[in-house]
Each structure stands twice: as structure tokens, then as C-alpha cells.
Design a protein around this ligand. Sequence first.
Ligand SMILES: *Cc1c(COP(=O)(O)O)cnc(C)c1O
Length: 404
Amino acid sequence: MPTVDATLPRPDATGRYGCYGGRFVPETLMQTLVDLEAEYKKVSADPAFHRELDFLLSDYAGRPTPLWRARRFEESLGGRFQVWLKREDLLHTGAHKINNTLGQALLARRLGKKRIIAETGAGQHGVATATACALLGLGCIVYMGAEDMERQQLNVFRMRLLGAEVRKVTSGSCTLKDATNEALRDWLANCDDTHYIIGSVVGPHPFPMMVRDFQSVIGREAREQILKAEGRLPDHLVACVGGGSNSIGLFHPFYEDADVEFWGVEAEGSGMATGLHAATITAGEVGVFQGSMSYVLQTNDGQITPAHSISAGLDYPGTGPEHSFYADSGRAHYLPVTDELALQALRQMSETEGIIPALETAHAIAQVIRMAPEVKDDAILLVCFSGRGDKDVFSLQKHIQFEE
Ligand SMILES: *Cc1c(COP(=O)(O)O)cnc(C)c1O
């Protein structure tokens, strides 16, 4: 299957989706990005590249992922409509992130770049990057804030087992945005032999487009699978939005299907009124963050404000430029879901289907539960089941107690 469908919307020549996106980077990085875009264009037109990527996605990562009809979950919502789960949680490493890291690592190898850098917050993207690098024999350095390394010791250990070097970042708030700055600094100094794998549809052009292309395999498969199973397109697509890669990967191949409604679910944390949330589109303003223009959580004078969510993967103060564009044009709806509703949804899904979702994914499921009363009879809802919940059991134990 081709990674790029030329009939679907692309950013303009400067990497803009409406006013969003672009390249807000130091002059010295500009040429690197221009070169990367040209090389990506070449590679993505090469059938041999797609054959190799398709092989890795199938035989290594486990694609195609099943599209599962969640009948007992449907029953728990009244049984008036269908709910289908696109099972990205069944992929190697337990989430959709491997779709992107395999694509970019393969791209890097084609470009003759033997050194990979990445930044990671919760460690999920770092693990997926370290995995792809181990497989393809590429050196891997992951920048991670000191604070995050402390909180995510298990993922730090995993990355090291996979042969990656984890570099501790002790500047600023010692979290993701500081790790990103360090990774950019490294790339500036070493771009001749180094490729920077960004983990979501964020950052300067061409990253949002490239990551979107690699993740669109989710929507292309789902579209084919639902047509085969039901002979019609879904009425609603539902996915959680951190940086926005699993959601845009599901949405994009349905972009031209005007009757298919898109629902992006953001993290409301403790609730909008508390200010402790990560609802970037719902409550953010337009600004520049990590090299591109999009909605961001910021103060009046443009300082990025920290995000809060029970789910580490949604705990991000920015969002992709393409989502910002969909939000303004009305192509997609964006709604926030609290920690509490996500936890309830996680339990309801686990008990009815025997599938424990990642806390990120649980936000999308909570939106399905919330919208259930308004969904029309016989509708088809298709949910991106972005990841499995095993990684979250330690933090879940702090919130859920069972009787002895
Ligand atoms: C990282 C992650 C997300 C959020 O990232 P997106 O780029 O918005 O997809 C969602 N779900 C899981 C399981 C993740 O690991």
C-alpha cells in the first residue's frame, strides 16, 4: 500500500495548513529541513521503500491490526449502535508509535544516516525509537528530562536494554520541552550523519506531514476493514489527541468522506476550571511551539504552561498544525475528557471486552460513552485503540482500590 495518497490534502509549499505549521527554527536548521523534505519526497515515491516498510509493518510489527466489534461494550451502552475498535494495542511495543518510528528509521537508513536522536517524555516514543534502531542497526540517543527519567524508570531501563543511550536533561523544568531543545541542539551540530525522529505530528515541516503519512496506515486499513465487514463507512471516528498522531492517522484517509464525523479527544485532567489539564485546542491559543504554529497552552506573554493529565502520552501543551486547521475549519470536533471519566471508561472496556486500554485510549472510549445518548440507531462508531494498558497498571493502582 502506498504511504502517500496524493488525492488527500497536503500542506502547501511552505508546510502550512491554513495559518498553521511552517518552520519556526534557527536559520542553520532551515537547510536541514528543506533537504529532509526533498529526500522524503524522493523516498516516498519509491516502490522499493514501501515494499520494505510494508514488510516490517506486517512481519515485524504485526499489521494489519484487527478491527474488532466490541459487542458486550455496545450492550453496556444500550445496544443501539455498533462500536468497532482498531486494535493498535496489538502491535509490537503495544501502541501505534511503532508505525512512525519504523518508517522514519527506514528513511534514515536510506538517507545514509546512521545515528538517530529522539526526545521522549513518558518514554513510549523513546522505546519505540530504540526498538526500530535496534532492528535496523542504527545508533540511538534519546534525550529525556531528569524529572521524567525519575518518573518513568521502567521505560528508561527498556531503552537501555534495547541498546539506546538515554541522555539526562537537567535544564529548565527537566521535562519534555527541555529534552526537545537538547535534541534540536544535537541535530543542529550533527545533521550530516544524524536523523531526528519526532514522535508525533508536531514540530517543523515536514515532520507533521511525514508522521501523518506513516500513521495513515491506521485509517487506510480501518476503511477497508469496515467496508468489508459492514459494506458502509462509519458515522463517527473517535481518537485521543496528545500531539495528534494516532488520531490524524485514523482521520486522514476519511478526509473526503464528508458524512464521516471526526472526534478528537483531549485530556481534561482534573477539570477545565482547575487549570490542571492538557486540553490544547479547547483552551489554548495560537502560538509557536517546537518549530511550528498551532494551538498551544500558553500565558498571555507567550510562555508555555505545563499540561496535566493522568495519562503521560496526552500530557503535552501543544498539538499538531493539521489538527489546529481541522478545528478551525470544523472538519473535526475536539472535546476534553477528565481523568475521572477516562478511569471509568478504562474499567468499563476492560470488564466488557477483556481488553485493558492505555490511559490515553481510555479518553477516546470515555467520549464514546458520553456521546452514546445522542448517537442515532444503527450508527457505526470506530475508535482508534491506540495502545494497551499494561504500562499504566502502576499508576492505576494509585486510583483504583479493590476490596479484599
Ligand atoms: C503517545 C500515545 C498517545 C498520544 O500521542 P498521539 O501522537 O496523539 O497519538 C496516545 N495513545 C498512546 C497509547 C500513546 O502511547
